[in-house]
Design a protein around this ligand. Structure first.
Ligand code: TYM
Length: 324
């Protein structure tokens, strides 16, 4: 498998959307890097104590998924090349292309009080990826546009200054690339949603998971079938259960078609509980052992820095900066 790079913000806790859309597809291959993007979470106001707690906890989730060896998990702020390359790309990126980013449009466009960082954020994300020369970036659907921008920047750089960057590809699964809120299946499941019942966390207990699924907003009618336009709530549960249970959406839908929503939701809850329980147990075990987390992060930092340093030097040479 090709080397991969991906990242996750340490804002709040990790939910089933993050897991199904992204983390599930992160593989512990040698040469792959998985980054807790703490600098990204400064694009919105933050609390310092919470930042540190959430960074460790997010790292614990990635380590619990087995991504610390031989692939590496590290904190973005501990590898200074990310911020440095980000500035260089800031001078290559264009106002027009950044203004078109839908994430910026939904959170910040037209508002005078949002940070410049919220606007420039995709350039830091491009720097994250391009420093490691990877082909593959496994992400959920909402990051696709940012990776297309990364590709455009890499191609622009290479044509102006010579072939330094690998042009990456997004890897997005067909099913589960956009997991929806359990309370409002028009919106994606999101860390920033204040309603705890809208999302299932990887640290939720069995009873909490069951309750959230049994009370998930579903659609009118009683039949279970897959139709994201007509039945967004049921289709969302079908995608969640199919990906976690390793079954095709159509097969699952066919088994529950005439059984009613109650029985179907009960089955979805069983599948989600069965998938989340072992992850939760490993995350909680690791959270109780901060030294283990910090040691793994230090190993990650040192490997990432060893790779990012020479890449940034190549960039500097190509654009006419003097490398010491
Ligand atoms: P973030 O922290 O918002 O989300 C982490 C990953 O989870 C995916 N995701 C979802 N997938 C399906 N359904 C959902 N409801 C859902 N919500 C989130 C995201 O697509 C993402 O893959 N900008 C990125 C972090 C980042 C990054 C990078 C990613 C920074 N640098 C370099 C890849 C490569 C972000 O804010 O993800």
């Amino acid at each position: 498998m090709a080397k991969a790079f991906s990242g996750i913000q340490p804002t709040g806790e990790i939910h089933l959307g993050n897991y199904i859309g992204a983390l599930r597809n992160w593989k512990p291959e040698s040469g792959s890097y998985y980054c807790v993007v703490d600098l990204h979470s400064m694009t919105m106001p933050w609390d310092p104590a919470e930042m540190l707690r959430n960074s460790r906890s997010t790292a614990a989730h990635l380590l619990a998924l087995g991504l610390g060896e031989p692939s590496r998990v590290f904190l973005q702020s501990q590898v200074p090349e990310h911020a440095e390359l980000s500035w260089i790309l800031t001078c290559l990126g264009r106002m027009g292309e950044l203004s078109r980013m839908t994430q910026y449009k939904s959170k910040g466009r037209g508002r005078q009080d949002v940070s410049v960082g919220l606007f420039a954020y995709p350039l830091l994300m491009a720097a994250d990826i391009l420093l490691y020369g990877v082909h593959e970036v496994p992400v959920g659907e909402d990051q696709k546009q940012h990776i297309e921008l990364t590709r455009d920047l890499a191609l622009r750089f290479n044509s102006r200054y010579g072939p330094v960057f690998t042009v990456p590809e997004p890897r997005i699964s067909e099913v589960g690339a956009r997991v929806l809120s359990l309370r409002n299946p028009q919106e994606k499941m999101s860390k920033s949603d204040p309603d705890p019942n809208s999302k299932i966390l990887l640290t939720d207990g069995d009873d909490v998971i069951r309750k959230k699924i049994m009370t998930a907003v579903t659609d009118s009618g009683r039949e279970v079938y897959y139709d994201p336009d007509e039945k967004p709530g049921i289709s969302n549960l079908l995608e969640i259960a199919a990906t976690l249970g390793g079954e095709a959406v159509e097969d699952l839908a066919a088994r529950y078609r005439d059984k009613g929503y109650g029985a179907f939701k009960g089955a979805v809850a069983d599948i989600v509980i069965g998938a989340v329980r072992p992850l939760r147990e490993r995350v909680l075990e690791l959270l109780a052992s901060p030294t283990e987390i910090d040691e793994a992060l230090e190993r990650g930092r040192s490997h990432a820095h060893a790779e990012a340093g020479p890449m940034l030097d190549s960039v500097k040479r190509a654009i006419g900066l003097l490398v010491p």
